[in-house]
Each structure stands twice: as structure tokens, then as C-alpha cells.
Write a protein that binds this ligand. Structure first.
Ligand SMILES: NC(=O)c1ccc[n+]([C@@H]2O[C@H](COP(=O)([O-])OP(=O)(O)OC[C@H]3O[C@@H](n4cnc5c(N)ncnc54)[C@H](O)[C@@H]3O)[C@@H](O)[C@H]2O)c1
Length: 260
């Protein structure tokens, strides 16, 4: 059974969540704070982030929220410095911000995607992950280890016509994560990915969007619509000591639509 209620599994850790103002990132931030982590929630949508953060604080969560664009490396470095000021280090991060509901993408055959949208997609979905990892890791290399969770997509495993740019970036997230898992292993910094399925992350979905999120149910082993809360337990597992000998891996969380 899914629940937002935590049990303190991340107490004492400083954990950053990107894209925390909406959708799945919001659910990660709420649960991570509820698990006792000093939570740093960032997003480029300042007003929405403020609302989310008020709710987290009202529920007893600790940390801070800041409006930041994950394409802005110096701004991420400043966040990392301030996050580490709390306990001297950063223990984990969920690099979740990317294109989906809030910044929608067009559906187009690969030759019809505009160069502008292609480049924007790569900045948003993979350069941002590289930026985050190089901002966070200087504060994880003190021998105490750390855990980075990068967000990919199940669309890489099952492919998805008319979204070649999106799927290419989500494949890149996995490739990048596998390489840096090796590079960072000597510091016991673990790097894993979550690949969500089509998730009803929209806050006010139209009937068309609900239908789009319902269509994949037929090919799943677990037949229901995926919701943001379905992803959070996996993030907590990857951020906690329960996964301490696991790195370079991708967990597909989508009710068994892709069985590998
Ligand atoms: N919803 C799905 O079906 C689905 C499926 C697979 C993977 N994913 C991935 O999961 C992640 C979250 O998806 P979602 O559905 O919650 O998306 P969403 O659009 O609801 O939320 C994304 C959040 O990231 C923020 N954001 C976007 N670009 C940013 C930037 N440059 N700097 C800072 N913040 C930025 C947005 O403001 C928003 O709060 C994305 O990486 C997405 O690609 C989603």
C-alpha cells in the first residue's frame, strides 16, 4: 500500500530534490522530508514551490526551498554550498526536474522536431542532470558516501513514437549514470536511476490527459493508473542504507508494463 507517511528512514541526511514544485518531484520532496531528511527543495516555479514548501514545513519538515533553474550551474553550486552548511555535507539527491506536464513537449516524428525543441530538451533533461551531479558531489566526497537518484523514463525501454528527443535524453540519463557510478564508486557515492511509467502527475488533468494516462494500464501486470506516490518508496530505498551495495542500476517502476 502506498502512503506519504514516513518512518524516519532518512533522518540525519541532507537530501536535495529538483523539480519539487509539481508532480512527482513534489511527492519525492514531501516523502523525503517526512522521512526525517533535511530537505532542500528546488524548482524554477517559485510561487508553486513556496506553496509546496509551506505544506512540508506545516507537516514538520525541515530544510529550505529555493527557486533555481537546473540549467544554471553557478546557481546550483550556490544551493549545494547552502545545503551543505547544515551538516557539512550532502548525503543524497533526486535529480528529477525535466520536461513533462509543466513544460509540455510536442508530439512529432523525429524529422519534424524543431532544432530549438531538440536542444531545449537536451538542456532540460540531461545537461541539467550533469549540472546537478557536478554541483552536489564535491560535498559527498569526504568518505561518508552518498546516493544520487537520476530520473529516466520507462519510455526508453519500451520506446515511444513521436517522442524521440525525450526518449534520447532519458536514455542518456541512464548512460551517464552508469559511467559516473563507476567514477564515483571510490568515494562510495552511489548513482542509480528510477524509470517511471506514464504517471498521472498533472494537477488538473483534462479528460484527454486522464485517457492518455489510462491507456498504458492494459499492458501492465498491475492494472491501474500510476500516480506520483507510486514512485516515492523507490526513491527512499535508493537514498537509504537499504540499497548501500547497489549502484549503476535502473529501477523501472511502472506496474510491470516493461518486464526485463
Ligand atoms: N509523468 C510521467 O508520466 C513521467 C514518466 C516518466 C518519467 N517522468 C520524469 O519524471 C520527472 C518528473 O515528471 P513530472 O510528471 O512530475 O513533471 P512535471 O512537469 O509535473 O514537474 C516537473 C517539475 O520540474 C520543474 N522544472 C522543469 N524544468 C526545470 C528547470 N529547468 N529548473 C528547475 N525546475 C524545473 C517544473 O517546474 C516542475 O515543478 C521528469 O524528469 C519526467 O521526465 C515522468
Amino acid at each position: 500500500m502506498s502512503t506519504l507517511q514516513g518512518t524516519g528512514r532518512l533522518a540525519g541526511k541532507t537530501i536535495i530534490v529538483t523539480g519539487a514544485a509539481h508532480g512527482i518531484g513534489r511527492a519525492y520532496a514531501e516523502r523525503i522530508a517526512n522521512e526525517g531528511a533535511w530537505t532542500v527543495a528546488i524548482d524554477q516555479d517559485g510561487p508553486a514551490l513556496e506553496g509546496v514548501w509551506s505544506g512540508i514545513e506545516a507537516a514538520g519538515g525541515k530544510g529550505f526551498a529555493r527557486r533555481v533553474d537546473v540549467r544554471d550551474f553557478p546557481a546550483l553550486q550556490a544551493v549545494a554550498k547552502d545545503a551543505a552548511a547544515h551538516s557539512g555535507r550532502i548525503d543524497g539527491a533526486v535529480n528529477n526536474a525535466g520536461m513533462m506536464a509543466i513544460i509540455p513537449m510536442s508530439r512529432a516524428l523525429f524529422e519534424d522536431i524543431t532544432e530549438e525543441e531538440w536542444d531545449f530538451m537536451f538542456d532540460e533533461n540531461i545537461k541539467s542532470v550533469w549540472n546537478c551531479c557536478r554541483a552536489w558531489t564535491p560535498y559527498m566526497k569526504d568518505g561518508q558516501g552518498g546516493s544520487i537518484v537520476n530520473v529516466s523514463s520507462s519510455t526508453y525501454f519500451r520506446s515511444l513514437e513521436t517522442r524521440s528527443h525525450y526518449v534520447a535524453t532519458k536514455a542518456a540519463v541512464i548512460g551517464f549514470s552508469r559511467v559516473i557510478a563507476r567514477e564515483l564508486g571510490k568515494y562510495w557515492i552511489r548513482v542509480n536511476c528510477i524509470a517511471p511509467g506514464s504517471t498521472l502527475s498533472e494537477e488538473n488533468p483534462s479528460p484527454e490527459v486522464v485517457q492518455m494516462r489510462t491507456d498504458p494500464v492494459a499492458r501492465r501486470a498491475l492494472k491501474r493508473v500510476e500516480k506520483p506516490v507510486d514512485l516515492v518508496g523507490t526513491a527512499v530505498f535508493l537514498l537509504s542504507e537499504d540499497s548501500e551495495y547497489m549502484t549503476g542500476q535502473t529501477l523501472i517502476v511502472e506496474g510491470g508494463g516493461v518486464v526485463r
